[in-house]
Design a binder for this molecule. Structure first.
Ligand code: AMP
Length: 398
């Protein structure tokens, strides 16, 4: 595929002050990082720039502070990152001003410095030009390695790209390559599996996908809305009945674009919304009026497996059932394991993303077998919606 954005292959970082935007927005409990995934993801870019003789200046946001708030300092995160990369990381208590300038001026080549939470300044989210200019003073080039923040046009995620020479870091590069292979220039046929609770949060995504994929599997709570729209009685299942017309419009658009819509043909129904509550599989003509659909049924699972077999590329977002409550994780787990098996056999390119999706694939024990799993939530969804991501657009070669 032709490369459309600049990467670390296009710049000599030796001796340069590299402002590196990373995602350090990790889960913390009692001052300790509870999941190192994001830190592990940014490690290769940091060590590569350092090994090549660059000065690595880390920029990141953390949480949603209103002004300066010690509870949302990046200091403990920088310490955890230092442990992950097994190198010392300095810390400056502000990302602009004298504190930051002096810390950067004291850096030697190869050293790594983390600047304090960019969101301690409200100008960050406003992409304020004066704030961007202050940040830009600290670096010679800007490298963006935070795909997960690329749907935001903030000072450190987008603004800097207009002030300094801009490059994608290795994690960003891997993400863009994987996503490009999944939807922009995919090996056909392409199948998308979309699940999750609601249609309302994924209308744009569904409308974009029906134009791009050959088959679209719809599962989870959102499938109930589609079934209801088609006149299937769904009992007490979660559904957005007021979106029936939207569901029908999506089906029409899919027809017009030659995209096969694969809806459940049977369902696992329980009478209590709780793990291990007694349940049975029912055909769509027999859903009990006081029951709740909590997973796709066995025949539906077979259809989904067959659809995966027919595909060369798979894009997945959202669980097929209430996967947090066993046994209603079965549809998601069986489909995920099947996709993983086809991927291992070299028959499928599989890309998945979005918060709950990563958790569901981890639960099925197969996240490592997919071709690519994006840990980005909002940015992954906006990419699936076909929207340009500001933090990516600014890296493009024009
Ligand atoms: P989302 O964040 O939109 O991807 O939705 C994920 C949530 O949808 C998970 O918490 C699932 O438990 C929930 N979900 C999936 N299928 C169902 C269903 N049939 N009934 C109720 N909740 C569901």
């Amino acid at each position: 595929m032709t490369k459309t954005f600049r990467t670390l292959d296009d710049v000599d970082v030796k001796g340069k002050r590299v402002l590196l935007r990373v995602d350090l927005n990790v889960p913390m409990e009692n001052g300790r990082v509870t999941d190192l995934t994001r830190l592990e993801r940014v490690a290769p870019t940091i060590t590569e720039i350092s090994d090549k003789g660059g000065k690595v200046i880390l920029l990141a946001h953390f949480g949603r502070p209103r002004g300066r708030d010690p509870r949302e300092s990046l200091k403990p995160v920088a310490a955890a990152l230092a442990e992950v990369i097994k190198r010392p990381i300095g810390f400056a208590a502000d990302c602009i001003g004298d504190v930051a300038k002096q810390a950067v001026a004291a850096m030697k080549d190869r050293e790594i410095l983390c600047l304090e939470n960019t969101r301690f300044h409200q100008e960050e989210e406003k992409n304020d030009p004066a704030f961007v200019a202050e940040l830009a003073k600290l670096g010679d080039i800007w490298v963006n390695d935070a795909f997960s923040a690329a749907h935001r046009a903030h000072a450190s995620t987008e603004g800097l790209g207009h002030k300094l020479p801009a490059y994608a870091g290795r994690t960003m590069q891997a993400e863009l390559d994987a996503l490009g292979k999944a939807l922009e220039a995919p090996t056909k046929p392409v199948i998308a599996i979309i699940g999750g609770a609601k249609v309302s949060t994924k209308i744009d995504l569904l409308e974009n996908l029906v134009r791009k994929v050959d088959a679209l599997v719809i599962g989870g709570g959102m499938a109930n809305t589609f079934l209801h729209a088609q006149g299937v009685p769904i009992g007490k299942s979660l559904a957005e009945k007021d979106l029936a017309a939207t569901a029908l419009r999506i089906i029409e658009k899919a027809d017009a674009a030659n995209c096969a819509i694969i809806l459940p043909v049977d369902a696992v129904v329980a009478f209590h919304f709780a793990a291990h509550s007694p349940s049975h599989a029912y055909g769509l003509d027999a859903i009990p009026p006081d029951g709740m659909i909590l997973d796709v049924g066995p025949q539906s699972i077979e259809r989904i497996r067959a659809a995966i077999d027919d595909a060369a590329t798979l894009v997945w977002n959202g669980p097929l059932g209430a996967f947090e409550m066993p046994p209603f994780d079965r549809g998601t787990v069986v489909a995920a394991r099947h996709a993983a098996e086809r991927t291992r056999a070299g028959k499928l390119i599989s890309v998945a993303g979005g918060g709950d999706t990563v958790a569901a694939l981890n639960q099925a024990g197969v996240a490592g077998d997919f071709t690519y799993v994006s840990t980005a939530g909002g940015a992954f969804l906006e990419w699936m919606e076909g929207k340009p991501l500001p933090g990516v657009e600014v890296l493009k070669i024009t």
